[in-house]
Design a protein. Structure first.
Length: 496
């Protein structure tokens, strides 16, 4: 199995062209692979295996929470299949070259491209969602069984279908509840559906969005779940659990129900020309300033005044002669991205959303509005889901399409005198734009690492390993990359 190594040392955030980037540019049209680090080392290596048949796009990837001695990696591809892999890593050093991938199995029940694969929190079940409208729940079999008409001599294990949920539209994203009892799915028909694993029924269906739902995230504390849509809106739903005859039910419009409709309505968080909710230069803008025409990234910070607390009635301010100007918080459906993979932090304190737009100045001319908008990640706090985002990460030269937190929570870095958020611990998260992966912590403003042009085509998904030391990046070019994070960069895991 062949790997190309992209390994660089930290020297004050400078960028280096590697042998890999020179080679790829010569044979495949790749531009320079850029890497920036401020505190330690980080390795990245494209893994050159045949992930899916015919080098079809890899649309999704997810790590299993280890349940039987080693962690599996699942990928979903444009060849209609789900594949299971074992990734072996040398934990003694941060070296992507020593990462190896071993094929385990192919799951072949879907008839169209697989857009999302997610292991449940326990690690015993795997859910896959496809353009064929099927949401399939798989379980590991005790014996190896070949699919009818298929001879797979390399197969090491078999995953059997445990549940099948039928919908009538393409499914773009899914999310498990932390107790593994429910799955939420976002579809092209503008619907959000919640399926009950135990009863094998659809408990809820919402049609609140005005366009396809491209991202779903479930709160790890099991109090909320959130959805993002191509209609430029974010919906946050509050869960209320009631035990009915020893069975937890999810219903709406019933006094026995345990789910309330979104506490943050679309017209509350979706900012349009008709609903004033945010003004230019309000909020806290964090991050890097990056010129789209320049490959270098200048790690600087722009911190502005705190975002005001806003109530729903302020939506009419722009119609009453107010000087406030309004703009959309998120990209429209015109952006060619199938996914808006938002995420909750592992402690449930933060919600990070993708494909954000931030207006950086007070230009009044309509023709200047587009020039004033920058790509951003909006951050919401648990106490402020009914309000506007508390801050944004900005400076991305391309739209952000996926965010994923490391599952590990760390002690605060003692050398950092002031944290961005008033949290008793530190968490790491990775942000993927169309062509770049940036790694942050919740304690520092500056990104820990920037990896640019890892793939020939757009990035589709991110997955952190259960130990928080590796990140898998999937791409529409049919390949995945692995990012290894040095233990000195991670810090000390918080005792549980």
């Amino acid at each position: 199995m062949k790997f190309w190594l992209l390994k660089l040392s930290c020297i004050s955030g400078r960028h280096y062209e590697t042998a890999l980037s020179r080679y790829l540019r010569g044979v495949g049209g790749y531009s320079d692979a850029l890497f920036s680090l401020k505190y330690s080392n980080m390795d990245s290596a494209p893994i050159t295996v045949h992930w899916h048949e015919g080098n079809q796009p890899v649309y999704s990837a997810d790590f299993q929470n280890p349940s039987d001695g080693f962690a599996r990696l699942a990928t979903g591809g444009g060849d209609n299949n789900v594949r299971i892999w074992r990734m072996d890593i040398d934990d003694r050093e941060c070296d992507a070259l020593k990462t190896s991938i071993h094929y385990l199995s192919t799951l072949r029940k879907h008839t169209q491209a697989v857009n999302a694969v997610r292991f449940d929190p326990s690690g015993y079940m795997l859910a896959s969602a496809s353009d064929d409208g099927l949401l399939i729940v798989w379980g590991l079999s005790d014996e190896i069984v070949q699919d009818f008409g298929v001879q797979d001599d390399d197969m090491k294990e078999t995953w059997k279908v445990r549940k099948i949920f039928h919908t009538h539209s393409e499914i773009y994203d899914i999310a498990w509840s932390p107790d593994s009892n429910y799955i939420a799915a976002g579809s092209m028909d503008n619907a959000v559906r919640v399926f009950n694993i135990k009863t094998e029924k659809k408990d809820l269906e919402f049609l609140d969005h005005g366009h396809c739902v491209q991202g779903v995230a479930w709160d790890p504390l099991n109090k909320y779940f959130a959805t993002q849509s191509a209609d430029r809106s974010l919906h946050i739903y509050q869960l209320k659990h009631h035990e009915l005859n020893s069975t937890t039910r999810l219903q709406v419009g019933d006094i026995q129900g345990c789910l309330e409709l979104n506490i943050c309505r679309s017209d509350f968080l979706r900012v349009t020309d008709h609903h004033s909710a945010i003004s230019p230069n309000s909020g806290c803008l964090l991050g890097m300033n990056a010129d789209a025409s320049n490959d270098s990234v200048n790690l600087t910070t722009s911190v502005q005044s705190p975002a005001p607390s806003l109530k729903a009635e302020s939506r009419t301010a722009s119609h009453n002669g107010s000087s406030k100007r309004t703009f959309y918080l998120y990209h429209s459906e015109a952006l060619q991205s199938f996914f808006r993979r938002l995420t909750f932090s592992p402690d449930g304190s933060l919600l990070l959303t993708v494909l954000g737009l931030y207006r950086k100045d007070n230009k009044n001319d309509e023709e200047d509005v587009s020039d004033a908008l920058v790509n951003t990640v909006y951050i919401y706090t648990r106490a402020g889901f009914s309000q506007l985002p508390v801050c944004s990460l900005s400076g991305f030269t391309k739209p952000t399409v996926a965010i994923k937190f490391s599952p590990i929570i760390y002690e605060l870095d003692k050398e950092c005198s002031r944290s961005i958020f008033d949290l008793p611990h530190k968490m790491l998260f990775a942000v993927a734009t169309l062509d770049t992966v940036i790694v942050y912590t919740t304690q520092r403003i500056e990104p820990l690492g920037i990896l640019k042009n890892l793939h020939y085509s757009t990035i589709t998904d991110l997955a952190w390993s259960s130990d928080g030391k590796s990140i898998i990046v999937s791409s529409a070019d049919g390949f995945c990359s692995v990012i290894r994070v040095d233990h000195l960069l991670l810090g000390t895991p918080l005792a549980t």
